[in-house]
Design a protein around this ligand. Structure first.
Ligand SMILES: [Zn+2]
Length: 105
């Protein structure tokens, strides 16, 4: 269902708080900055998500986004959190509302 191919483009609109992905098949995915933060890919946050703990309790904006080729994406948030790499498959799952299912594997 999801693939590991990098997005063609990733853009973040600070005004709307929306991150937009354009995938290889030209479909688009969108996720808000706070939602993306709540599904942080680092080990600590993944465990919290899996056991149902709140990863972040307030709105969060993005300071920078860096694409790492096929490895995925790193994001630095306003709270200083910049751990973990979001694999492209995981980002596709987040945009599709399937993040928790993806993490459960
Ligand atoms: Zn994290």
């Amino acid at each position: 269902m999801y693939n590991a191919l990098p997005a063609v483009s990733v853009s973040y609109d600070r005004a709307t708080h929306i991150v937009t992905f354009v995938w290889q098949d030209e479909t688009r995915g969108e996720v808000s900055d706070t939602e993306l933060r709540s599904f942080c890919a680092c080990a600590d946050c993944r465990v919290k998500t899996l056991v149902g703990q709140v990863v972040i309790g307030r709105d969060c904006t993005i300071e920078s986004i860096e694409a790492l080729g096929t490895a995925g994406l790193t994001v630095r948030y306003c709270d200083g959190h910049d751990k973990g790499i979001y694999p492209w498959e995981y980002l596709q799952a987040i945009c599709a509302g399937d993040a928790k299912e993806y993490l459960r594997g």
